[in-house]
Design a protein around this ligand. Structure first.
Ligand code: ASP
Length: 441
């Protein structure tokens, strides 16, 4: 089939199935602009309640889902050589995607120079309201890299599970699952227990997704009402660079990646995960979208064995959209404040952005906190750091929605590539969206 026909069919079917979420997004933008111009506390409170209710409902199932998915995924691979092979492939694929993302972010920011002349705007009143909060955030991240890495290993896995600290939970669960796989048949009762948990949490996800359209509507309206349209005018160059960067990832890098490493059609994959992409945009949370990403991939042909192993790890560790944004944001501030960007400094930004994005949780706003890791080494004065950081805060939500969409999409792209390599895709299903099972049953 010709490429443009594939794209049209994929988009058409994606939209047909998900028109309600798309309408929620669209109406949310309109309601947000209206509320920005005519603030109404009662409506705002109601929308805030609906949005938070939706996010909390999904977050409720994330921990049991991630733990059970990883246990099932790794034990179903079984043989430890095979686990090692898949694990290495996963790290290499996620690594390639992240390196390309930071290369794109740095190149675009250096080429378009969005920060030139921006210092006046950064220092304006917009930033002053939240400077105290910002100063604390920067302080909390200072010189903290080794501590952050140390924190990946949980002292007490149960404590991490109760506080929702995803990276330590994953480290423990992966180790534990590899050990379970090694002990053989005796693991059966334990694995069956997790299979039941996984099935039940997916069922709850089905129910919660009936609430996706109003949830996405409310979240979008609240987010847009905070900044309205005027802000776009003043920072159009910065936002423009980000939009171009994200578009390159979605429309060039992922298609090329799948072409090189698999025979999956990106357009069919996008049709398969359209719901997850929209919910990622609406919630700005990879973790909250995780159950849906898994459901979309599994119900449209990618095997359970691969999705349950690759996607939870990706939703926590692979944040290429966040890494891209962090490069653009830091270079933007460096340009605004006249820091000379030597090649060494740019490479340092790129490497730190990859580390900072891996350490960031899949929740709204997390990427902006870990960006302090990258910013701290830039030689900006404390005042510049605070003002620059506060500026990034003011336009945080919209950039978060975009980068989360990219983060979630790349998890599915890597899962599809690995599934193809391992013969774990049902192509008859993936390539025939007419036959897709609904995520909501
Ligand atoms: N919100 C992003 C995510 O959940 C993380 C970030 O803040 O960049 O993927």
């Amino acid at each position: 089939m010709k490429l443009h026909m594939q794209i049209l069919i994929a988009l058409g079917l994606g939209l047909k199935r998900n028109w309600h979420i798309l309408v929620g997004l669209f109406l949310g933008v309109i309601a947000g602009i209206w509320l920005h111009n005519a603030p109404n506390p009662i409506v705002m409170n109601a929308l805030h309640f609906i949005g938070q209710l939706f996010i909390r409902l999904i977050q409720m199932v994330v921990i049991p889902l991630v733990i059970s998915a990883i246990v099932i995924g790794i034990t179903s691979i079984g043989d430890s050589k095979q686990i090692g092979k898949l694990g290495t492939k996963l790290i290499v694929y996620y690594g390639i995607i992240s390196i390309v993302a930071v290369a794109i972010g740095c190149s675009l920011a250096l080429l378009i120079k969005p920060g030139l002349g921006a210092a006046a705007f950064i220092n304006s009143d917009v930033a002053t309201g939240i400077q105290a909060q910002v100063a604390t955030t920067i302080e909390s991240q200072k010189g903290n890299l080794l501590n952050i890495l140390l924190g990946f290993v949980p002292k007490n896995p149960l404590a991490s599970a109760t506080t929702g600290d995803m990276v330590p939970i994953i480290v423990f669960t992966v180790l534990f699952s590899v050990a379970l796989a090694k002990v053989g048949e005796i693991n059966r009762p334990f694995v069956s227990f997790f299979e039941s948990i996984f099935a039940a949490t997916m069922k709850i996800t089905d129910w919660i997704m009936c609430f996706a359209a109003p949830g996405v509507f409310a979240l979008t309206a609240v987010a847009v009402s905070a900044f309205g349209c005027d802000i776009f005018m003043s920072i159009s160059k910065y936002l423009g660079v980000l939009v171009i960067g994200f578009a390159i990832q979605l429309l060039i890098v992922y298609p090329l990646f799948l072409k090189i490493f698999s025979k999956v059609s990106i357009w069919m994959l996008y049709a398969a995960i359209a719901e997850a992409m929209m919910v990622a945009f609406g919630t700005a949370s990879s973790s909250a979208t995780l159950p849906l990403t898994i459901a979309c991939c599994e119900k449209r042909g990618i095997s359970h064995k691969i999705t349950s192993f690759v996607i939870p790890l990706g939703a926590t560790l692979n944040m290429d959209g966040t890494a891209l944004l962090q490069c653009v944001a830091v270079i933007f501030l460096a340009q605004a404040y006249g820091v000379v960007l030597t090649p060494f400094l740019v490479v340092q930004i790129a490497i730190l952005a990859i580390v900072a994005s891996c350490t960031c949780a899949g929740i709204p706003g997390a990427g902006l906190i870990t960006i302090a890791l990258v910013l701290n080494g830039m030689g900006l004065s404390p005042e510049q750091l605070v003002a620059g950081f506060a500026f990034l805060f003011t336009i945080e939500r919209i950039t978060d929605m975009m980068r989360t969409l990219v983060n979630v999409t790349s998890d599915a792209v890597v899962a599809a590539a690995i599934a193809d390599n391992e013969n774990e895709i049902n192509y008859d299903l993936l390539n025939n969206p007419e036959n897709y099972n609904d995520v909501i049953e």
